[in-house]
Design a binder for this molecule. Sequence first.
Ligand code: XMP
Length: 526
Amino acid sequence: MPAVPPAAPDAVLVVDFGAQYAQLIARRVREARVYSEIVPSTMPVAEMLAKNPKAIILSGGPSSVYAEGAPSVDRALFEAGVPVFGMCYGFQLMATALGGTVDNTGSREYGRTALHVSQADSTLFGGTPDEQQVWMSHGDACSAAPEGFTVTASTDVVPVAAFENDEKKLFGVQHHPEVMHSTHGQQVLEHFLYRGAGIEPTWTTGNVIEEQVAAIRERVGSSRAICGLSGGVDSAVAAALVQKAIGSQLTCVYVDHGLMRKGETEQVEKDFVAATGVQLKVVDAQERFLAALAGVSDPEQKRKIIGREFIRVFEQAQAEIIAEAEPGEPVEFLVQGTLYPDVVESGGGSGTANIKSHHNVGGLPEDLEFSLIEPLRQLFKDEVRMVGQELGLPDEIVHRQPFPGPGLGIRIVGDITRERLDLLREADAIAREELTAAGLDRDIWQCPVVLLADVRSVGVQGDGRTYGHPIVLRPVSSEDAMTADWTRMPYDVLAKISTRITNEVPDVNRVVLDVTSKPPGTIEWE
Ligand code: XMP
């Protein structure tokens, strides 16, 4: 059975011209409490309009409007009476489609730029300073606005850096208002939404909970659903939402593969159950995973083994749940914590019956005869955390840093043994404790702690020579884990972590800091 996507409220459409700007714009629109969705630039205008959008935003993109094969836009988009806001590449498309002039000035503008606002009472800029910093990234520049448009801002290089036609509800800026370096970007975006398009800021994650609870209740009827819990935020919030909708008709399965961090299994078993009242089936599969992983040090092989064992254990649990179900309550649904970025990156389709391995329970079978419930398909990660908070989940779960499905198994360089797992768990717990104590949890995207089990180095502890293992700290800052930089952490926090790990964790005599960005290094070591 195919997945049925949740019904979308009236949306602002963000047309994606590439270069990863669209997701950020969509997030900023939602921060303005207006629901937004991303559509590809290849979508025919008629199809976009059929969605009854409240407004349309054209994103930036990598191309010149004059480059061969550059994405374009049908003029009809600007003639439908729907408010449109073009940004950067979208601005230039708008200018050329409506008869303005865009030419290659030869003087590229890139980075922080001073914007001179010439119309202090304009819809977009009214109430913002005459001089403001914006983020630019373009080669071509608009030298004449289309007829009927007022030029509202310029830069030293670009004579037409923003324009608007209030009557037709068409607006454009050459810069990127969605980027933090544009100091008044969010205000400009909100001016478009509220003043230009007349949209009320009413969307909240609270609406999502109400809508989803009603929709899930109706879909599931008297059937039952299963949800795999990984201990991560996404599956926890998805499960809590479905639990709120159908209560005891949901059973969660938690596979304890022994590769979790200290205290995480207990958090799921106790705190999560206490907060939600969910029915939980815990499968203790530690021995099974250890046996399957014995002697394996190749990272890809480890991942495959963990994935395969996970599927087997999950299938077994699922068969037991199905066998125990009452005749009038078939187990028809599987809950997944798929997020909006996954949906956009896999083509924005309306859901597939196959469950992809990158989803957060660590790779489920592809041939499951279930209908999927994906209550977080419309949400970004920070919105999922807000929903979790509103549902009353513990902070430790809602604000948990990303943790890979294969767990500590891919943070031991070398083969995996129970002793090594225990050792790494201790070191990781110390690092987490100190990061929390220093108030750094929300500044750091995640901080893998890695055991170099295949490496030994000489040390001196007490009166004796030691020959122990190094522990690597890998604190990174990131927006989405696609790219990352190493976090410049305070030295005193690093010192404390290092001292504690070498004092408290046996067989570790050295702590090192990973100062590699991504790329070239990945976040995890394996
Ligand atoms: P890398 O190491 O590729 O990691 O830079 C990017 C992000 O993905 C997480 N990660 C995983 N998550 N299953 C997961 O659920 C996996 O197999 C996996 N491998 C890496 C990693 O922690 C980081 O957040």
